[in-house]
Design a binder for this molecule. Structure first.
Ligand code: SF4
Length: 170
């Protein structure tokens, strides 16, 4: 028998739920998500960077475009974390989907992993080439192209929040 909760499930960037998983060991706790949305949804915290083994504290990463693809690279060591984050993301989404029905995601804005838009992609000189989404969101949207997603800045906008919740509740 399926072991899926009756409450709809939202994937949430773990730092928004108060987990100290950012590169600087801090969080970006969002009280509305924790206190209000948790009453209506099963919230599943995910941190693609910490959970893929990058740990805390860690160097900052950025998105770069080279060799014909977008890569996630450490700004100091120039370590390429692309495959690490991609593999983790696919595995984690599979694990979550085996337990819950994924109905939406609330993600941290501007992150090279979690940002749903407005994430700069650089060339190897560090110049911004264009704006895109974070690497975890690439994987999420390729596996769940119609999934409602919103970020922590957009949930401050009542209309955007209502539109997101209406889609999630359908
Ligand atoms: S934005 Fe995403 S990758 Fe960065 S700390 Fe938060 S959950 Fe982790």
């Amino acid at each position: 028998m399926e072991d899926k909760t009756a409450k709809p499930c939202l994937i949430v960037s773990a730092c928004l739920m108060g987990y100290k998983v950012r590169y600087d060991c801090l969080d970006k706790k969002n009280d509305y998500i924790i206190n209000e949305l948790s009453k209506r949804f099963e919230l599943i915290p995910v941190c693609p960077e910490f959970e893929s083994g990058m740990g805390t504290p860690r160097e900052k990463i950025k998105l770069y475009q080279y060799e014909g693809e977008i890569k996630v690279v450490g700004t100091e060591s120039r370590t390429d974390y692309t495959d690490t984050i991609k593999e983790f993301s696919r595995k984690k989404l599979k694990e979550i989907s085996e337990k819950w029905k994924i109905t939406g995601a609330i993600l941290k804005s501007k992150s090279p992993s979690c940002g749903i838009r407005n994430v700069p992609v650089h060339n190897l000189n560090g110049d911004i080439l264009y704006i895109d989404k974070g690497l975890f969101v690439f994987i999420l949207s390729s596996e769940y192209p119609d999934l409602p997603v919103i970020d922590d800045q957009e949930i401050e906008d009542q209309k955007k929040l209502e539109a997101f919740l209406n889609r999630v509740n359908k």
